[in-house]
Every structure is written in structure tokens, then in C-alpha cells.
Design a protein around this ligand. Structure first.
Ligand SMILES: Cc1ncc(COP(=O)(O)O)c(C=O)c1O
Length: 371
């Protein structure tokens, strides 16, 4: 075993993603105390940077939390629903199910709008469910279901939620800076994001972005968690404080990643780059005769859920590619028997993706030849 077995691997999993030298170097800015003014300045820079790059500076405020993306989801769900009210969850993948699971753990009544994992959510089904359940206080939906690489029509669902007078929570964790040029058209009141996917930061920091209505709501809900109470964070962060010890060095990296994003043309340029990557990978897959599960018009700009080549298992393909420096990703649960996933997130030049396609072709031939 080498000291850093993952050191030179190209990560084609949906985060944590490969980062630039500049972002990784930011980890070494130093040892800081989070109760000192320099940390308050860093926090202010991250909070304003997030809303600025995501085009919601006039409408939303950021709350930064130390934890993985699921902590932002949990903070969002428990902040959106008042006592004795319920949540309507759109479920067409693992992360929709997780939003519902979080609500259940906290004793919040869940109504669901289901659907096949290959089909985008139907906004009219959301409208019907809202009419059927007048106790609903918030709709929750995943923008990009990382499970399959499917994009949901969040903007349309948000308009319906607004008309019905309920809040909308969006898990944009794998969509931020990848699927849209900003979050202003989502019509969302609480948006969950994370540092280590489209923003190209490191794992350990996530955030929610709250509209004015969202902020009003988080002040009306009962306190359901000591660690994840959004109102405590917001009150503190407006003054430059954090309630608990933050991942200081991961904040350095996120701050640097936001600067890097802006210097490279902002989210519009990044979305264009992700589209180019997806086109390159999907053209290569088609050349190899490999099919992607989700129809082209509903696919995300980052994930391809691909049928395994005939007669080849996921572990065989994974190990052959890893030996050549590429980490692919399994389907979740039973999907691992039929599919593999390729995510093109993070610092990933097109030339690396071209090398990956060659490696994939070689791996398939070698596995077949070895039989
Ligand atoms: C859409 C979505 N939501 C939530 C999460 C959970 O994030 P984490 O694993 O950082 O808790 C992920 C992780 O991949 C995701 O893709």
C-alpha cells in the first residue's frame, strides 16, 4: 500500500471531486481560531460569495454548516415545516427518499408524489397532491437525482408551490453550478448545496440558501435539532459567529473555490464546460455501443448512468479502470448489477476524459479477452 493510494486517481464519482492545485493549497492558509475576526471575515466572504455566484444575492441568504450534504438537507427539512403541518416530498430516486426519511425521523408527517426513477417529476401531480392535502407546509424536491442522472422540473414545481402558498425546499446538492446558470429561476425558498461537487471545493462544508419567506419560516418552526437549528446559525452568522467548531480549513478551500469559479467566468462558464464534458463522454459511450439509461432530454450535465457492457460485472470494470487511474461509481442497491455511473464533476480537463474513454475501451476488451 502506498502512503496516498488515491493521490493520482481521476475521480469520476459524484463528489468528492478532483480539485485544482489552488483549492488544495488553500488548506494550508494556517491554523485559525473560529472566534477571531479573521474567521468572521472568511465566513462573510463565503456567505456573500455563494449567493453572488448563484445569482440569488438579492433574494436569499446563505447559512453555512459543517457537515456533508445530508446535514444541509436535514437542516432544510426541519426548518420548513411548522408544528402540526406536513411536507410533500417528490420521490423519484434515492435522494427524494432521503428527504422523506429525514422528515419521518423528526416526526413530520410526509405525503409523497412518487414516480419511476427514469421519469422527471410531474408538476401537475404536485398540484393535485397539494389540493388533496391542505395541511402541507412545504414541498421538497431534488433538482438532480444523482441516483440516475435525472433532472426534475424544479422551476415549474416551485411556481405551483408559490401559487398554493407553500414553501419549496430544493436539494440542489449535485446541481449547483452544473445544471443552471444560477438558482434564481428555481422559485425555491430553501436550497441545499455542498462545497465538494459543482463548486469544486472539498468535502465537509455544506449550506442552505434561504429566501425572505424561508427565513420567516425558520423562525416559526419548533427547534427540532440542537446541531442543525437554522435560526441559531443565521442569527450567529449575521454577526460573523458560528455556533459550533467549523471545518476551518475546508472553509479556506471553499472560499478559494468560489474565487476560482468567478475568475473563470462564473457559473455560466462552468455550466457550459459541464455540457461540453457530458457531450464528449456520451459521444464516446455511443461509439463503444454503451447506452445511457435516462433519455437525452432529461439527463443532467454531470452524470451518465450506463448499462454495463454485456457479460461484464461492475467490480470487474471498476477494478480494471482503477488499475489505470480512473474511479467510476456503482449504481445504488440493485442498480449495481446492471449499471455503472460516470460523473464528470470537479477539476477535469477534456483531455482526461478522452483518456478515460480509451481506458474504458481497453478495459472492456481486456476483460473479454481474459475469459
Ligand atoms: C442529490 C444529492 N443529495 C444529497 C446528497 C448527500 O450528500 P452527502 O453524501 O454529502 O451527505 C448527495 C450526495 O451525493 C446528492 O447527490
Amino acid at each position: 500500500m502506498t502512503a496516498n493510494p488515491g493521490g493520482s486517481l481521476v475521480l469520476l464519482n459524484p463528489g468528492p471531486a478532483c480539485t485544482s492545485d489552488r483549492v488544495r493549497a488553500a488548506l494550508g492558509r494556517g491554523d485559525w481560531c473560529h472566534r477571531e475576526p479573521e474567521f468572521s471575515e472568511l465566513l462573510a466572504s463565503i456567505r456573500s460569495g455563494l449567493t453572488r455566484v448563484l445569482n440569488v444575492a438579492d433574494t436569499h441568504e446563505a447559512i453555512v454548516v459543517t457537515g456533508s450534504g445530508t446535514s444541509a438537507m436535514e437542516m432544510a427539512v426541519i426548518s420548513a415545516v411548522r408544528a402540526d403541518r406536513s411536507i410533500l416530498v417528490v420521490r423519484n430516486g434515492v435522494y427524494g427518499d432521503r428527504l422523506a426519511g429525514i422528515a419521518e425521523v423528526h416526526g413530520i408527517t410526509v405525503h409523497s408524489v412518487g414516480g419511476a426513477w427514469t421519469d422527471p417529476a410531474d408538476p401537475q401531480a404536485v398540484r393535485a397532491a397539494l389540493a388533496e392535502h391542505p395541511d402541507v407546509d412545504a414541498v421538497a424536491v431534488v433538482q438532480h437525482e444523482t441516483t440516475t442522472g435525472l433532472v426534475n422540473p424544479v422551476g415549474a414545481i416551485g411556481r405551483i408551490a408559490r401559487e398554493a402558498g407553500v414553501l419549496m425546499v430544493v436539494d440542489a446538492i449535485s446541481a449547483t453550478a452544473i445544471e443552471d446558470e444560477g438558482h434564481e429561476d428555481l422559485n425555491a425558498d430553501i436550497i441545499c448545496g455542498t462545497a465538494n461537487k459543482g463548486l469544486h471545493g472539498l468535502p465537509g462544508i455544506s449550506f442552505i440558501l434561504c429566501s425572505h419567506r424561508g427565513i420567516e419560516r425558520l423562525q416559526e418552526v419548533p427547534v427540532r435539532s440542537l446541531y442543525l437549528n437554522a435560526d441559531t446559525y443565521l442569527t450567529g452568522q449575521r454577526k460573523g459567529d458560528v455556533p459550533f467548531t467549523p471545518a476551518v480549513q475546508v472553509c479556506f478551500a471553499l472560499d478559494e473555490a468560489i474565487r476560482e469559479l468567478e475568475e473563470r467566468g462564473g457559473v455560466a462558464a462552468r455550466v457550459a464546460e459541464y455540457k461540453e464534458r457530458a457531450a464528449l463522454v456520451r459521444a464516446g459511450l455511443a461509439r463503444l455501443g454503451l447506452e445511457v439509461l435516462i433519455p437525452a432530454e432529461h439527463r443532467s450535465n454531470s452524470i451518465s448512468m450506463i448499462y454495463l457492457p454485456e457479460g461484464i460485472s461492475y467490480p470487474e470494470l471498476h477494478d480494471a479502470l482503477k488499475a489505470d487511474g480512473f474511479v467510476i461509481y456503482a449504481g445504488q442497491g440493485d442498480l449495481a448489477k446492471t449499471f455503472f455511473r460516470v460523473a464528470t464533476m470537479g477539476e477535469l480537463p477534456l483531455s482526461t476524459l478522452e483518456r478515460f474513454l480509451t481506458s474504458l475501451e481497453t478495459a472492456i476488451s481486456k476483460i473479454r479477452a481474459g475469459r
